[in-house]
Design a protein around this ligand. Structure first.
Ligand code: NDP
Length: 311
C-alpha cells in the first residue's frame, strides 16, 4: 500500500477541521487534511447560518465553509478528498488508512470527523431510502414543493427543518414523542406560529407505507398512561431530525469514548487519552455542537498539536 509520512494529519472538513488547518498552517506545521464523506461537514446541509459571529445578516453555509477552506489553503494546508477508513493508534507515528488504499503516517493527529444524522432504526427507513426518507431537509426539501411531509424530532434541528420545509411544502407534520418540544424558545415560536406546521405531540412513527416511495406513515399516539391509538397519516416525505451519532467508530479501539460514542477529552482541552491525538468539534462534543464551538475546539487542537510536535 502506498505510504506517506506527514507531521500533522487532520481528518474532517467541518469548522473544527478547517480551523485546525488554518492555525496549523500559520504555525508552519504543513497540515494535511482529508475532507471525509461530506466536504465542508454537516453545515453544508443547512442554508443560512445566522449565529456565526461576524455575519450580522447571516451567511450562506456553503459559502462560510468554502471561505474557511480557502483560508486554510492560503496558509499552506494541503486539503485532499478522501475518507479515513482504518486507524492504528497503538504507536507513533499514528497510521491512518485513506479510502482503504493509502496509508498516512502522522506524528500528530487531529480527529474532527463530526457526527452523522441518526435514524429511528425502522426497516422502512432503509426500504424507502432516497424514495421519500431523508435526514436533510435542506438537501431534499426541494423535491417536496407543494407536498405533505413529516419531520420527526422535537429539538432545534427538527424545528429548523420543519420551518424550512414549510416554506416549500403544502403541509408539515412535526412528530414529537414527548408532550413538549425540547427546542429553544425562538425555534418553538417559529413552529407554533407557522400555519403550515401541525405538531403531533406524544406521537411515534412505527413504519412507512407506499407502493412507489413513501405514501404515508403508521403512527401511534399515546393516550394517557397505558392507552394508545394507531392510525395512518398520508405523507409524501419523511424527514428525520432526532440528533446525531459521532463518527468515531474507527478510533474506538484506542480512544476513550462515552456511551453515545463521543470521544472523551481531558477537561476543556481537545487532548484524548493518547498523547499526540486530539479530538475537535462534534465528534467530541455531546453538549454544544455549534459551528462556533467546533471552530474554537479546532483552534485549541492545532495549538495543542503544535506544542506536542515542538517537544
Ligand atoms: P437534540 O438532541 O437536541 O434533539 C433530538 C430530538 O429528537 C429530541 O426532541 C428527541 O426527543 C428526539 N428524538 C431522539 N430520538 C428519538 C426517537 N428514537 N424517536 C423520536 N424522537 C426522538 O438534537 P438536535 O439535532 O435537534 O440538536 C442538536 C444540538 O444542536 C442542540 O444543542 C441544538 O440546540 C443545536 N442546534 C442549534 C441550532 C441553532 O442554534 N440554529 C440548529 C440546530 C441544532 P426527546 O426530547 O424526547 O429526547
Amino acid at each position: 500500500m502506498e505510504t506517506e509520512k506527514v507531521r500533522l494529519l487532520i481528518i474532517g472538513s467541518g469548522p473544527a477541521g478547517y480551523t485546525a488547518a488554518i492555525y496549523a498552517g500559520r504555525a508552519n506545521l504543513s497540515p494535511v487534511l482529508y475532507s471525509g464523506l461530506q466536504p465542508g461537514g454537516q453545515l453544508t446541509t443547512t442554508t443560512i447560518v445566522e449565529n456565526f459571529p461576524g455575519h450580522p445578516q447571516g451567511i450562506d453555509a456553503n459559502q462560510l465553509m468554502e471561505d474557511m477552506r480557502q483560508q486554510a489553503v492560503n496558509f499552506g494546508a494541503d486539503i485532499r478528498n478522501g475518507v479515513a477508513t482504518k486507524a492504528d493508534l497503538s504507536a507513533r507515528p499514528f497510521k491512518i488508512t485513506i479510502d482503504d488504499e493509502k496509508l498516512i503516517e502522522a506524528d500528530a493527529l487531529i480527529i474532527a470527523t463530526g457526527a452523522a444524522a441518526r435514524y429511528l432504526g425502522l426497516e422502512d427507513e432503509k426500504k424507502y431510502a432516497g424514495m421519500g426518507v431523508s435526514a436533510c431537509a435542506t438537501c431534499d426539501g426541494f423535491f417536496y414543493r407543494k407536498k405533505v411531509v413529516a419531520v420527526v424530532g422535537g429539538g432545534d434541528t427538527a424545528c429548523e427543518e420543519a420551518t424550512y420545509l414549510a416554506s416549500l411544502a403544502k403541509k408539515v407534520y412535526l412528530i414529537v414523542r414527548k408532550p413538549f418540544l425540547r427546542a429553544s424558545k425562538i425555534m418553538q415560536e417559529r413552529v407554533m406560529l407557522n400555519e403550515k406546521i401541525e405538531v403531533l405531540f406524544e406521537h411515534n412513527a412505527e413504519g412507512l407505507y407506499g407502493d412507489n416511495g413513501v405514501e404515508g406513515v403508521h403512527l401511534v399516539k399515546r393516550l394517557g398512561e397505558s392507552d394508545e391509538s394507531h392510525y395512518d397519516l398520508p405523507i409524501d416525505g419523511f424527514f428525520l431530525a432526532i440528533g446525531h451519532k459521532p463518527s468515531s467508530d474507527i478510533f474506538k479501539d484506542y480512544l476513550e469514548v462515552d456511551k453515545a460514542g463521543y470521544i472523551v477529552t481531558e477537561g476543556a482541552t481537545p487532548r484524548t487519552n493518547i498523547p499526540g491525538v486530539f479530538a475537535a468539534g462534534d465528534v467530541a462534543d455531546p453538549h454544544y455542537r455549534q459551528a462556533i464551538t467546533a471552530a474554537a475546539s479546532g483552534c485549541k487542537a492545532a495549538i495543542e498539536a503544535e506544542r506536542f510536535l515542538m517537544k
